[in-house]
Design a protein around this ligand. Structure first.
Ligand SMILES: NC(=O)c1ccc[n+]([C@@H]2O[C@H](COP(=O)([O-])OP(=O)(O)OC[C@H]3O[C@@H](n4cnc5c(N)ncnc54)[C@H](OP(=O)(O)O)[C@@H]3O)[C@@H](O)[C@H]2O)c1
Length: 354
């Protein structure tokens, strides 16, 4: 007997990817239920190559009997419904920012702190980190283990899929409008995104940082080490899928480029692509549809003590969101909810070191 899994936000960018990854990795589910807003009643979503699921409405959905909820309907919606689902007995793995910094909710990247999943019992909720945080900490972890990270300066180049389906459609329509000389309308970005970059993701905070930048700092500390200082500048770029990050690190102990490269090559979930030649690095368009966090351009930073710079690229909808959530579900099912169906394990990612 397998698990009963509900996907909340099933018609969105992240939800559709969750359904596809559940099917791809043959998650041991007897029943998968697609849930979205009441506006989506009557719609269907794909599940794997052959199946389609009728979308059900969240407002009226009864979570009794559901084992695991994979959730991505936006923070306000999660705030309202996730405690109700948990009370009904489900474990909610939530992709929104709503519960990430709640001390009673584990914030998990399976390659880094899978043991934290045990904390799900407090509230019945596990939080999935922000997409930009996930790819950065997966790459930082093996280096932190070697030389203890003190400070990270990061600039992100984040694709429009990170802002949802409507933002992707807007990049497409603005690009077309520029080509045919139509007026450019911006409803889902604060300025024109086609042929432009926007240094503003999420709301501004009192200190001048944006909330996306704040998330990268506080989430990294919660997942990896409370003593790591992080300053981020988060930028939206006209790319459909795949986030890139220029990451500059300062370590407590010396770390050679060769040792860093070797540690990254053997780290779970990481692929090193670093040829120091034309095209010998990863770009977001190439990372779309892939599972790994790619690290390129590894070099020393001579402007600071024990400094190292690198370029980190990842599919924000997969490892940055849906894949990370499904990996958590696999560990939850295999280690903590055992009895219904044993043996769900993390599939090792394909590894390529160049
Ligand atoms: N995209 C990323 O890279 C990424 C990464 C990490 C986390 N996240 C987070 O995941 C969440 C969703 O992101 P997304 O990119 O998938 O957005 P999206 O493409 O805009 O999809 C939003 C989903 O939420 C559903 N929804 C909206 N309001 C609802 C309501 N009142 N009740 C039930 N369902 C509702 C939508 O259903 P309808 O179609 O019925 O409106 C849709 O399925 C956000 O909180 C985002 O911050 C996104």
């Amino acid at each position: 007997m397998g698990y009963k899994v509900a996907v909340v936000g099933a018609t969105g960018n992240v939800g559709r990817e969750m359904l596809s990854i559940l099917a791809e990795r043959e998650f041991p589910a007897d029943d998968v239920i697609a849930i979205a807003s009441s506006q989506s009643i009557g719609k269907q979503v794909s599940f794997g190559e052959d199946d389609v699921l009728d979308v059900q409405a969240l407002d009226t959905f009864d979570f009794r009997g559901i084992d695991i909820v994979l959730s991505s309907p936006g923070a306000k919606v999660s705030a309202a419904y996730a405690p109700r689902a948990a009370k009904a007995g489900a474990v909610v793995i939530d992709n929104t920012s709503q519960f990430r910094m709640d001390p009673d909710v584990p914030l998990v990247v399976p390659e880094i702190n899978p043991q934290a999943i045990a904390g799900y019992q407090k509230r019945g909720i596990i939080a999935n980190p922000n997409c930009s945080t996930i790819q950065m900490v997966v790459a930082l972890k093996p280096l932190h283990d070697l030389a203890r990270l003190k400070r990270v300066v990061v600039a992100t180049y984040q694709s429009v899929s990170g802002a949802g389906r409507a933002a992707m459609d807007e990049l497409f329509s603005q690009t077309r409008a520029v080509y045919v000389n139509d007026p450019v309308k911006s409803e889902h970005h604060t300025k024109q995104i086609a042929f432009n970059v926007i240094p503003h993701i999420d709301v501004f905070m009192d200190d001048g940082a944006t909330k996306e930048e704040w998330k990268m700092a506080v989430e990294t500390r919660k997942i990896l080490d409370p003593d790591i200082a992080v300053i981020a500048t988060c930028v939206r770029v006209p790319v459909f899928i795949g986030h890139a990050e220029a990451v500059h690190c300062e370590f407590a102990r010396p770390l050679t480029v060769a040792a860093a490269r070797q540690a990254l090559r053997t780290a779970p979930g990481v692929m090193v692509l670093d040829q120091r030649d034309d095209g010998g690095y990863m770009t977001p368009a190439e990372a779309a549809g892939e599972d790994a966090v790619y690290v390129s351009r590894i070099r020393s930073d001579p402007t600071t003590t024990n400094g190292l710079a690198m370029w980190v690229v990842c599919d924000n909808l997969r490892k940055g969101a849906a894949l990370n959530a499904v990996q958590i579900a696999e560990i939850l099912a295999g280690t903590y909810l055992g009895g219904r169906r044993a043996g769900a394990k993390i599939e090792p990612l394909r590894r390529r070191a160049v």
